[in-house]
Design a protein around this ligand. Structure first.
Ligand code: HEC
Length: 128
């Protein structure tokens, strides 16, 4: 009977479709959870950094070790831009993201703990 065999084929096709849909959906779900967890972690990092009190001296040393190659010894800019009055252009959250995310190559992302990030931020605030 042609009708029953075609409907069996149809059922198979529908089954196949749902299987594929499920696979795609699971992949999407995994990607979304990873993105969400990453975002949550980043926010926790930024909040922690903003709560801490940084030391200008430490921040100065960190800057000299990591940033002068591109931003210049006096932070007046070289490969990277002049960082004086940076906090008039970017808020603290944006500055932290700039340092830890590496969103604007060639500037790399830095793995830096919140205490050191806080010091770096405090140092950048002194660059009027
Ligand atoms: C390899 C070179 C390089 C290094 C090292 C580097 N930067 Fe950068 N930085 C750049 C470049 C290039 C830009 C401009 C990116 C853009 O917006 O196109 C930039 C942009 C920035 C900005 C944003 C400036 C603005 O006006 O928007 C900040 C803040 C900054 N850097 C801070 C730092 C700090 C702090 C360090 C050290 C921990 C550092 N950078 C190390 C190259 C570098």
């Amino acid at each position: 009977m042609t009708t029953s065999s075609s409907s069996a084929a149809e059922r198979n096709l529908i089954k196949k479709f749902w299987k594929q849909f499920l696979v795609v959906f699971m992949i999407f779900l995994i990607c979304f959870s990873l993105f969400y967890l990453n975002q949550k972690e980043k926010n926790a990092y930024i909040n922690k950094t903003l709560e801490l009190k940084g030391s200008v001296k430490e921040g100065d040393a960190l800057f000299k070790m990591n940033c002068v190659g591109c931003h210049g010894i006096t932070a007046r800019g070289l490969v990277g831009p002049d960082l004086h009055s940076i906090n008039q252009r970017l808020n603290d959250r944006k500055i932290i993201k700039q340092v830890i995310e590496g969103l604007t190559p060639p500037m790399p992302s830095f793995e830096i703990d919140p205490q050191n990030m806080s010091s770096l931020l405090t140092y950048l605030h002194t660059l009027k």
